[in-house]
Design a protein around this ligand. Structure first.
Ligand code: ADP
Length: 263
């Protein structure tokens, strides 16, 4: 329990850090848009005074925003992936208490582990973060309560289906599906949802980095992510991770989870 508490404190610290960066980034963007807006007004009025000054101000803010993104990317890269053989059923089950504490009491939690689930090869700590991010999004989409379902399954993507999708290789995957009965998203939001810093949440509440982390993790693990959403009904996010054909090495449970199992 103490380990999980430490883990959620760590998540909170990361949340604060990324929230701060998103806030700075947003301020810089506001500056850029403001300068460009002034320039546009001047030009449309046929006046050229101060136009160069506004252009310089926009440029300075844009350069600072670029420096900020570089710092953020460097930070993200500092955590190299540590792929191991993972039993996703076991990982999801071990998160049950953490998930219950993360969502509110008005949200029902159902875990549906598939029988005979294949092993997958991925970084278990990052998978845990990805599931937590998806659960937080599900919670935020259900302010008046609802149901959060986390389901695992084996998934075979054949060559014909893979060829109709972008960036997806045919093969065997373990699917981890996080569903909510919340607000859902219209198609234009779904289209932007993976973009870093894209958020519809009030400043300070959303960083716009949750789904982009999930996307980056799946891609780096040679898997992929799909969003299915219907306004007023809810959202399902499926994370597909490659099947691992070897044996499960018990030593490969991350230290946080190993503690939890012992307790
Ligand atoms: P954040 O949660 O900080 O906003 P994300 O990248 O995780 O950042 O999500 C981006 C946006 O996608 C959210 O602001 C929200 O508009 C939308 N979104 C993500 N997950 C869901 C969901 N389960 N239900 C409804 N909307 C969602």
């Amino acid at each position: 329990l103490e380990d999980q508490l430490r883990q959620s404190q760590k998540m909170e610290a990361i949340g604060q850090l990324t929230g701060g960066i998103a806030h700075d980034f947003n301020n810089l963007l506001t500056g850029i848009v403001g300068s460009l807006d002034l320039m546009q007004t001047r030009i449309s009025q046929g006046r050229t005074e101060n136009v160069e000054r506004y252009a310089k101000a926009a440029m300075t803010s844009a350069n600072r925003a670029a420096a900020l993104t570089h710092r953020l990317l460097a930070f993200a890269r500092r955590q190299p992936l540590d792929p191991r053989s993972v039993d996703a059923n076991r990982l999801v089950t071990s998160m049950e208490d953490l998930l219950r504490r993360t969502i509110s009491e008005s949200i029902q939690l159902e875990l549906v582990p598939s029988d005979n689930l294949w092993l997958t090869l991925c970084d278990p700590n990052q998978l845990e973060s990805a599931i937590l991010n998806l659960a937080i999004n599900a919670r935020d989409a259900m302010p008046d309560g609802g149901k959060l379902t986390i389901e695992t399954s084996n998934f075979h993507l054949d060559a014909a289906s893979a060829s109709t999708q972008q960036d997806v290789a045919p093969g065997h995957y373990v699917a981890i599906s996080v569903s909510d009965t919340g607000t859902g998203m219209p198609a234009d939001i779904v289209a932007q949802a993976f973009d870093p810093f894209f958020t519809t949440k009030p400043l300070g509440e959303g960083t716009g980095l949750g789904l982009s982390m999930v996307y980056g993790f799946a891609k780096q693990s040679e898997g992929h992510v799909r969003i299915y959403s219907e306004v007023g009904k809810g959202t399902t996010v499926n994370v597909y991770l490659p099947r691992y054909h070897g044996e499960l090495d018990d030593q490969d449970v991350p230290s946080g989870l190993r503690q939890a199992h012992r307790a």
